[in-house]
Design a protein around this ligand. Structure first.
Ligand code: PFF
Length: 521
């Protein structure tokens, strides 16, 4: 049992750490371009729908199964899903469910950070370049600057600094590391976001009088029912998963350090509110209007380009742009670090739990792991001198998009359809407010699973149509970089296989008695 498990130091620390987990590059880098490229106002309708029907119910599930698993000394998805599922099914079946869940969480925490840590490093590097004038030279386009940046090995220093900072935070432990970093970085991030949002709404367009910041706000906030589509609905559901850190195992891991009777309902609602404020108010009000004012409705739909190419272009033409640029990239950096810490901690918990390592040693092993899996991500641009990032795209397509939804589905089906009423009881333990029975029936048992299944179905069809299931993913064909996309796919498959075996063995060892009546040797 949970003899020596760490706990969170304070309520505010817990909420800020959870908010730090959720508020990440997803809010400031991903949300603006996903929203913009899916019709702005048309995107926000399925976005709020997915928040209510998937985000909130699933968040309650993740907090609740995490806290429950923590009671047994577990902090990782495999054993946590096993003890959950075992309440309602034969141990052998629960073993498979747990192993599948553990497999996905392992893949996500190892591989999302393989590129995410680079994005954090770029943010730090760009903050530096904002202050030193790196991208201010009007004779070099910011697109060319970006290519130069990611193809130069020297800039990897910012990635290394990021990794060392992460290792330091996680080594120090829950309260002294994760919690105290969140207490410092989260408020700073909100202040930076507010400064940028104020700057943004007072901006006229130097390029085209029709592109004022106000027109940008209108673009994102004017619901446009006529351009609603399945494509934007899928993108919205995917964004809800990503931004709330759902289907990744990291909310579950943080929740496993809760005390058994600690209120999860108010805390999870606070976490969601802090995340949504950062996303739709700050992300939506700061980034979209700034970009709109300078780039217009077409210009803001570029993916990685929005944060690292389009915005620098804005900063260099704006008064005080160096400072605002630094504020923007530091905001990205803080947001990224506090999220990446959560993934890092998941893998540390895995090594503590399954290999009996202490926190310090486990942190070092994870550091080496992230160095290794991060190499192909930076090797591609450096070796090919291109910025197409096929390896990154392939890993992100499966690990950062598709599999999150699959893990969310496993969780909701186990809780809503298998464990049922005792899951509701567990959720409500210690709660100041309670989740009413009708809510659980309507959402957890009906709307949430049905909606996730529907989304997953359309998502799969969409992926197939886009050629993502082809032997060589369609987007890579003819770029000369097919091998990089294929390598990404191989790594994803390999890591998933390892993750499955790892979870399977870990559950089997801990619960040998349930599984075949034998005591482990
Ligand atoms: N919710 C996080 C975000 O919006 O960025 C998701 C996340 C990604 C968390 C990567 C952690 C991480 F390493």
């Amino acid at each position: 049992m949970a003899e020596s498990r760490e706990n969170w130091g304070s309520k505010i620390g817990l909420i800020l750490a959870m908010a730090g987990n959720a508020v990440g590059l997803g809010n400031f880098w991903r949300f603006p371009y996903v929203a913009a490229s899916n019709g702005g106002g048309a995107f926000m309708i399925p976005y709020f729908f997915a928040l209510i029907v998937i985000g909130i119910p699933l968040m309650l599930v993740e907090w609740s199964i995490g806290r429950y698993g923590g009671k047994f000394g577990h902090g990782t998805m495999g054993p946590i899903m096993y003890v959950q599922a075992k309440q309602a099914m034969a141990p052998k079946k629960a073993l498979i469910v747990g192993s599948l869940a553990g497999m996905i969480a392992f893949g996500v925490t190892l591989l999302v950070n393989s590129y995410y840590n680079h994005l954090i490093g770029w943010s730090l590097g760009y903050a530096f370049n904002s202050l030193t004038g790196g991208y201010m030279d009007m004779n070099v386009s910011t697109g060319d600057f970006f290519v130069k940046y990611i193809t130069s090995p020297v800039n990897l220093i910012f990635w290394i600094i990021t990794l060392l900072l992460l290792a330091r935070a996680v080594t120090k432990g829950l309260e002294k590391g994760i919690e105290s970093w969140a207490k410092l970085m989260m408020p700073t991030l909100y202040v930076f976001g507010i400064i940028l949002a104020i700057r943004a709404v007072t901006l006229g367009s130097p390029v085209n009088p029709d592109w004022s910041a106000m027109a940008g706000l209108n673009f994102i906030w004017n619901p446009d029912f006529s351009s609603l589509s399945w494509k934007s609905a899928i993108a919205a559901a995917g964004q809800i998963f990503f931004t709330l850190s759902l289907g990744m195992g990291i909310v579950v891991n943080y929740a496993s350090y809760l005390k058994p009777e600690e209120d999860i309902i108010t805390s999870s609602v606070s976490m969601i509110s802090l995340n949504e404020f950062a996303e739709v108010i700050l992300g939506g009000t700061a980034v979209i209007p700034i970009a709109y004012a300078f780039l217009g409705p077409e210009g803001i739909t570029k993916s990685i380009g929005l944060a690292y190419i389009a915005l620098p272009n804005v900063f260099r033409t704006m008064a005080g742009g160096g400072i605002f640029g630094a504020i923007w990239f530091l905001l990205l950096f803080f947001a990224g670090i506090t999220s990446a810490i959560a993934m890092y901690n998941y893998l540390v918990a895995l090594l503590q739990e399954d290999a009996g390592m202490d926190r310090k040693k486990a942190s070092l092993v994870v550091l080496i792991g992230y160095l290794i899996v991060g190499i192909p991500v930076c090797a591609e641009p450096i070796l090919t001198k291109t910025a197409d990032l096929m390896y990154f795209s392939e890993v992100d397509n499966w690990i950062g998009n598709y599999l999150l939804i699959v893990l969310g589905l496993i969780e909701i089906v186990v809780v809503g359809w298998c464990v049922k009423d005792s899951a509701l009881e567990e959720m409500n333990k210690g709660g100041l407010w309670k989740v009413p029975k009708w809510y659980f029936r309507l959402f957890h048992q009906f709307l949430t699973p049905i909606t996730i299944i529907t989304f997953l179905l359309f998502f799969t069809i969409d992926y197939a149509k886009a050629g993502n299931f082809n032997l060589i993913p369609a987007y890579a064909v003819g770029t000369g970089l097919e091998m990089w996309a294929l390598a990404g796919r191989m790594v994803v498959i390999g890591v998933l296989i390892c993750g499955f075996i790892q979870s399977y063995k870990s559950i089997k060892k801990k619960y040998a008695k349930d599984l075949d009546g034998k005591v482990p040797v």
